[in-house]
Design a protein around this ligand. Structure first.
Ligand code: ADP
Ligand code: MG
Length: 450
């Protein structure tokens, strides 16, 4: 899907895609008779992920003898208003022939003394012979002016502003990349589906919407998603044995129907090193929760996972489109950073990796300022396993693994907090086929987010 950000862009893209071939690369030449619009165009090209082509020596030498003295014959080429029609045509042809150029934007600010339809004709005739995409901007004109009509009538898109041409070319480039990319493969993991199904059935039978923390971690474990070692205990008496089993230092958390955002309830203590700290912490936690009237029924003693980067991994099920996965970096800051990527299962291995790589803060996972890189391969595996889980069970409405601690390369990751919420039993998404009335069979919930 290519997103157009406005109706104007939608039509701009449609014109480019319907009239021109896709670029084979991101190197663009700009040919103009005015410097200002050419520079603005370059800024937008760069913002779109395109770059200025470095013209070959032959191209520049070819232009040098006849270009007007004030002209700039390096990309962006500014021929100045001194240039003749023939100059414009030759410059355009030279850059289109240059192997270092994948696409061209031709800008023309009509001077009074030249016939813009002539220029337009020179552009489409030259473009026709070279098979590379070319987009135009005749500045200060309208869509009814002769140059515009001449261009569009002969298959060359023309825009009122140089930035529009640059954005349309950017969309073509993204689409070309999308077409060229490796699809990858979908994998099916061997998982303990039965164990997961039993937990979900029990939860539904008991009329609960949210899984217990222990159940949520158990389901992840059944699907091979790595969780921090955890023991669930009901009372203070068995706490120490559980901690010894895990090995100090540990993390202590309260668990129960009323314990949702544990940090807000001060129901998480990290880095607990001794039996005394464990018991004191648990006692205070219990007293606090009781005083606040929070429904809780036990404790989680968990491996204290150190030295990683916190990421989130989750899923929300849309009524129309089905499940979509979310990946992001940032743990508690994720809501403020809004730096997340979405993926529609079933995902291939390449899809999962692209999803992870596409967040802005991805370089942090590669390691910056001498930090070791995180285990991205293991995170890819986790995304794929989560994808399989949500495809296997329609009843799961929402999964929020926040955080998953990504460890250094080779050491995997650990999910330390898992929230799984069930929805009303639903049928798979339904799209209308022939003979059905689309109006009545697709229900788009108001305020749905996709
Ligand atoms: P909640 O999100 O309900 O407040 P969490 O279980 O996510 O509770 O714990 C809060 C924070 O404590 C986490 O975001 C993480 O930074 C840290 N944390 C929780 N469990 C562990 C653990 N086992 N090892 C290391 N850090 C942890
Ligand atoms: Mg959390």
């Amino acid at each position: 899907m290519l997103r157009a950000n406005s109706i104007e862009e939608l039509f701009d893209y449609a014109m480019a895609f319907s009239l021109q071939p896709l670029p084979h690369g991101n190197r663009v030449a700009v040919v103009s008779d005015a410097g200002g619009p050419a520079i603005m165009c370059v800024d937008e090209l760069v913002a779109q992920g395109l770059r200025l082509a470095e013209l070959g020596g032959e191209t520049i030498e070819f232009m040098r003898p006849w270009a007007p003295p004030e002209a700039s014959i390096r990309n962006p080429i500014d021929l100045t208003p001194q240039a003749s029609l023939e100059d414009y045509r030759r410059a355009l042809d030279a850059v289109l022939r240059d192997d270092a150029v994948d696409a061209v934007i031709a800008i023309y600010v009509p001077p009074v003394r030249m016939d813009e339809a002539e220029v337009a004709r020179a552009i489409w005739q030259t473009a026709e012979q070279r098979g590379k995409p070319i987009l135009c901007n005749f500045l200060g004109r309208t869509e009814a002016s002769p140059g515009f009509v001449e261009l569009v009538g002969h298959g060359v898109p023309s825009y009122l502003f140089p930035e529009s041409a640059a954005r349309a070319l950017g969309a073509m480039h993204r689409y070309a990349n999308y077409r060229a990319r490796e699809e990858g493969e979908t994998r099916t993991f061997r998982v303990d589906r039965k164990r997961a199904a039993e937990i979900l059935r029990r939860t539904q039978d008991e009329g609960r919407a949210r899984l217990r923390d222990s159940e949520a971690l158990d389901i992840l474990d059944a699907y091979g998603i790595r969780i921090a070692r955890s023991r669930f205990v009901a009372d203070l008496a068995t706490l120490h044995a559980a901690a010894k089993d895990i090995g100090f230092p540990v993390v202590l958390k309260a668990t129960g129907p009323g314990v949702v955002h544990k940090t807000d309830l001060r129901a998480v203590i990290l880095d607990v090193r001794t039996e005394k700290d464990l018991l004191d912490g648990a006692t205070q936690m219990r007293d606090r929760l009781r005083a606040a009237g929070t429904a809780f029924d036990g404790y989680v003693v968990q491996e204290f996972v150190r030295g990683g980067k916190e990421v989130i991994l989750g899923m929300t099920r849309d009524k129309v489109y089905g499940p979509f996965l979310v990946f992001g970096l940032g743990g508690i800051y994720v809501e403020y950073l809004k730096d997340v990527a979405f993926g529609l299962p079933p995902l291939t291995d390449r899809d999962a990796r692209r999803m992870i790589e596409s967040i802005r803060t991805y370089p942090l996972l590669e390691g910056v300022r001498g930090e070791p890189p995180s285990d991205v391969d293991a995170l890819v595996d986790a995304v794929l396993r989560l994808s399989q889980l949500v495809l296997d069970f329609d009843s799961i409405q929402e999964i929020d693994l926040n955080p998953v601690v990504a460890l250094r390369k080779g050491e995997g990751y650990r999910a330390v907090d898992a929230r799984i919420v069930l929805g009303p039993a639903t049928k798979p998404p339904h799209f209308p086929g022939a003979g059905e009335d689309a109006q009545s069979s697709i229900h788009i919930p108001s305020g749905s987010t996709t």
